[in-house]
Design a protein around this ligand. Structure first.
Ligand SMILES: [Cu+2]
Length: 105
């Protein structure tokens, strides 16, 4: 009986892990469709990039211009004002960050 219980617990662990909010959110961000963005300003000192963005369903935001943190600070050296990008946003520590992006064609 004790063995069966242990087996049931180990089987149910992956199911619990899937409901961990962080893991679920990360998975959702990976598959989230990319939104259009226009880079307005890159602020390396603040580690932020100001983006005029379209609807962002991943973080429930209507179109606006705002500052985002970045998942990789190296991106601040690649991006510049005027760049058109496609990007995914997520909330991290209460701040909206760009979790992924690519140059729009
Ligand atoms: Cu916004």
């Amino acid at each position: 009986m004790r063995l069966l219980l242990a087996l049931m617990l180990s089987l149910s662990l992956p199911a619990f892990a899937q409901h961990d909010h962080g893991a679920h959110h990360a998975a959702a961000a990976q598959s989230a469709p990319l939104s259009d963005g226009l880079v307005k300003k890159v602020d390396k000192a603040a580690g932020e990039v100001v983006i005029q963005h379209g609807q962002l369903d991943s973080i429930g935001m209507p179109p606006m211009t705002m500052a985002f943190g970045v998942a990789d600070k190296g991106w601040l050296n690649k991006l510049k004002a005027g760049d058109k990008i496609k990007f995914a946003a997520e909330m991290k520590g209460g701040n909206a960050i760009v979790s992924r992006y690519e140059m729009a064609k």
